[in-house]
Design a protein. Sequence first.
Length: 193
Amino acid sequence: MGCCLLSSGCHRDPEKSLLPDGIQLQTGDIVFRRGGGVTSHAVLLADGDGVYSHVGIVVDSAGVKMIVHAVPGEPDFEGDSDRVKADVPEVFFRKSRASQGAVLRHRDTLLAAKAAAVAMQLYRRNTPFDHQYDDSDTTRMYCTELVTFAFSRAGEPLSGIRHHGLRFLDLDTECVLPSDILHCRDLRPLIQF
């Protein structure tokens, strides 16, 4: 019986969230996660300095904190397209989607709130995911593009953001990687988990 208790204690519930209890997310916070899927591994491989493979921004949706993020391969229903989504933090950080996470806060909370409003507009217009990772086409978004675009449109771009050349398979583009946002000097870390 002791073995059963030990082994069941080690079972990892994929629906359980990594987000620690008591975290007070604020509108405009930038959240990171490290996923375990093929796309996550490709991002981590491309991002030699990377710990995280995905990023989103916290918004307020009628008093409920949500995370707006552009993501492939996470349909909400059968036939759902890859697009900008809004998930509650517990879903964004589900163990089936994340093995690590972090929350960073912008030094200017008013600007961050404006950026969150821009992100919410991108969600509401049902913006498709950008599989070409092309920053020049704002009709489609990938995760880091969504965050950098939101701050630029809010009035002040994130400082020191670099673009990296991605060249593999049929992709040949310049894009922002999660570590570029993670190391932005405008942001301060709140928690890593």
